[in-house]
Write a protein that binds this ligand. Structure first.
Ligand code: TMP
Length: 397
């Protein structure tokens, strides 16, 4: 049973950007909202949101996020693809949640299978001649894939497994699909980093779970799989990458497991009180951010937001930040431009149009790309423009 520790209030689906017509015809009353709160399971140490949204409402043909839009992500997927090929030499690889193909494009077309439920994204990898199954990951799909293919040596998944409520189904399907010594490598935002840098905006409808090693060890103890290696990586402000194999395979457990287990025990990721304290820091972060924005507005500063991210949807709806503070949001993703942010209905435009000379401050909704963006927007900073970031503390750069 989950015990609640955090309440982020009424939230919309982070991916449901609104179009002009909806706004004009005042159809926004129909916008879907749910209560976003997070809880901790004392039995398996898993942190999850309390209310799951129906995946069919989330992963549609209009899914906006395109992983290949970011230079950082292109580079990081290329790097991990190269490392995995070298370490495991897979004859066949399968990716769960292949988005627009940012990872699989690093593989030969006949050596990789894509699984992606969002129609618009599956279409892209299909058009690029990658074998693509437009579906949710399940045992049923695994059986369908195995009708036409041998078992695979490598299953990879980034920012997808944490989106799936039923983890037992995920691992059963993985187990069916993996060859005897095959490996399942998956990475998702890390609860240890969320606690450390106060990135409460990692909680949104899609992030159903936020994993730790301690929780994964408990969860997998009930399956025929086990973790044999683990890494903490910088992606998305701190992610955890698990290396999982069948319990009867030939993979040896690495020292990284022991080390991280110790670190997580020290951080008390297995204690409810850790999450209670975190929720107090979240409340303070909200107060600090609202204070800062109010002060700047009192001085008539023009504030915009940089990156129409899912994370900023959580921040804006939790802190009640709307047009009073933020004029508009800029984002490089073409299918977000011209639309309005979920819940707060801030217009989204391109950086070319929006980052004009009148902008004094830009709230960095895409704070996980701080380095890439600061590098790219040197001229904005040079002319006196400033970024506002809310992690690890509300600050100006
Ligand atoms: P994500 O944090 O969910 O990956 O989303 C990042 C968003 O930020 C995505 O919509 C693209 C946008 N973005 C920009 O607009 N400019 C940039 O330079 C980068 C790196 C991202």
């Amino acid at each position: 049973m989950k015990k609640k520790f955090l309440d982020l209030g009424r939230q919309p689906i982070t991916n449901s950007f609104l179009n002009k017509n909806t706004i004009k015809k005042n159809r926004i009353k129909k916008e879907f909202f749910y209560n976003l709160s997070a809880g901790f399971n004392k039995k398996n140490y898993l942190v999850s949101i309390m209310n799951f949204v129906n995946p069919k409402k989330q992963y549609t043909n209009k899914y906006a996020h395109r992983a290949s839009q970011s230079k950082t992500m292109n580079e990081s997927f290329k790097k991990i693809a190269t490392r995995l090929k070298k370490r495991f030499k897979p004859k066949k690889t399968l990716e769960i949640g292949s988005n627009d193909g940012v990872f699989i494009k690093n593989f030969k077309k006949d050596k990789v299978i894509a699984v992606e439920p969002c129609g618009n994204l599956a279409k892209i990898t299909r058009q690029n001649n990658f074998k693509t199954y437009k579906d949710f990951w399940s045992q049923k799909l695994a059986k369908k894939i195995l009708k036409n293919n041998n078992k695979v040596d490598l299953i990879y998944s980034a920012n997808t497994i944490s989106h799936i409520p039923n983890l037992s189904e995920v691992f059963k399907a993985v187990s069916l699909t993996l060859s005897k010594n095959g490996v399942f490598v998956f990475e998702d935002p890390y609860i240890g980093s969320v606690i450390k840098i106060n990135s409460y905006d990692q909680f949104y409808d899609e992030h159903v779970h936020l994993f730790s090693l301690l929780s994964m060890l408990k969860i997998l103890s009930k399956t025929d799989l086990s973790v044999f290696d683990v890494e903490i990586i910088k992606t998305h402000g701190g992610s955890i990458r698990f290396y999982v194999c069948k319990k009867n395979s030939n993979h040896k457990k690495t020292k990284n497991l022991k080390k991280l287990k110790l670190a997580e025990t020290k951080q008390k990721l297995h204690k409810f009180s850790t999450y209670q304290r975190f929720s107090l820091r979240v409340k303070k972060s909200k107060k600090d951010l609202l204070n800062l924005l109010s002060k700047l507005k009192a001085k008539n500063k023009k504030i915009i937001s940089y990156g129409a991210t899912y994370k900023s949807t959580t921040v804006f709806n939790y802190c009640n930040i709307g047009k009073k503070f933020i004029d508009y949001v800029i984002d490089t993703t073409p299918n977000k431009q011209g639309k309005f942010t979920p819940g707060k209905h801030l217009p989204i435009i391109s950086p070319e149009k929006g980052l004009d000379d009148n902008v004094d401050y830009a709230f960095l909704g895409a704070w996980n790309f701080e380095k890439e963006i600061v590098q790219k927007e040197k001229s904005f900073l040079k002319r006196g423009g400033k970024f506002i970031v809310h992690v690890p503390k509300v600050r100006i750069i």
